[in-house]
Design a protein around this ligand. Structure first.
Ligand code: ADP
Ligand code: MG
Length: 253
């Protein structure tokens, strides 16, 4: 980071309920992602993981409670949505896509300065796409497109990085390379939050985890969070939302 801040952002969540048109998707969540922490958000499908990220980035207003982010210092949050909704048939080049990371940094639409061009070139090289600068996205594989989006995050240089299932539908090589980049961001004391589908990878590489099933099942050190007992609890709770489920343990209490 250019201006490496000693205090990375901290996310404090208090009694947070998020949802759509008044229907809650995340219920009464409280806890924090400490400054410089690296957290995997895990849970069954539909458990509110993407909703939580949208809440943190500010795309969704809380129904109840609040989210506070300290130490962002005026920087924009880097956010990679699930299945990034970029139009891959749009003829935009690798270099242009990575350069989009500059806009949120300086907010200028003017010419790109030489140091900025060099930043973009370094980012493209760091994700292993040197030589692909002028290629358009429609000529790339899914894994290569994800590399470009990580280059954009590198260019953005934010102290807070939110990634929603970054390794979905990409090859193992790319996932390995991008996982290394995430660890590098963590070593640089950025605060990283990633929704992870692969529980083994979350367990091996993320110090902290939040297990969601619309509400908090467990949150803290990954080894205490991703346990067979907690996963079973999350699965049972997610079955409760199924209209066809034969019974609901929680409502029976
Ligand atoms: P996850 O990412 O854990 O799979 P989501 O956060 O995407 O789960 O979704 C949580 C719940 O919110 C689901 O029941 C889903 O159907 C609902 N939901 C998600 N997005 C919307 C939306 N745009 N409008 C209405 N409901 C939504
Ligand atoms: Mg999701």
């Amino acid at each position: 980071m250019n201006k490496l801040s000693p205090a990375a952002p901290r996310i404090a969540i208090a009694n947070l309920t998020l949802g759509y048109e008044g229907h809650p998707a995340v219920h009464h969540l409280s806890g924090e992602m400490p400054a410089g922490s690296m957290t995997a958000v895990v849970g069954p499908n539909g458990s509110g993981k993407s909703t939580l990220l949208k809440g943190i980035v500010g795309l969704l207003k809380p129904i109840h409670g609040h989210i506070e982010i300290d130490g962002l210092g005026g920087n924009a949050i880097s956010y990679l949505p699930q299945q990034a909704n970029i139009d891959r048939t749009f003829p935009i080049s690798v270099e242009e896509t990575a350069s989009l990371g500059l806009w949120s940094r300086c907010g200028t639409f003017g010419g790109v300065s030489r140091p900025e061009r060099e930043r973009v070139a370094r980012a493209i090289s760091a994700v292993g796409l040197e030589g692909f600068e002028q290629r358009t996205l429609d000529t790339l594989s899914g894994g290569q497109v994800q590399r470009v989006l990580f280059a954009r995050v590198l260019v953005q240089d934010s102290p807070l990085i939110l990634l929603d299932e970054p390794f979905n539908a990409i090859d193992a090589n790319t996932a390995g390379d991008l996982m290394n980049l995430i660890e590098r961001w963590h070593k640089e004391r950025r605060t990283v939050v990633a929704v992870m589908h692969d529980l083994d990878l979350a367990r091996d590489r993320f110090p902290n985890a939040l297990l969601l099933a619309r509400e908090k099942i467990a949150w803290g050190e990954t080894c205490d969070v991703i346990t067979p007992a907690n996963l079973l609890k999350a699965r049972n709770m997610s079955e409760c939302w199924d209209d066809d489920a034969p019974w609901c343990e929680r409502e029976a209490v």
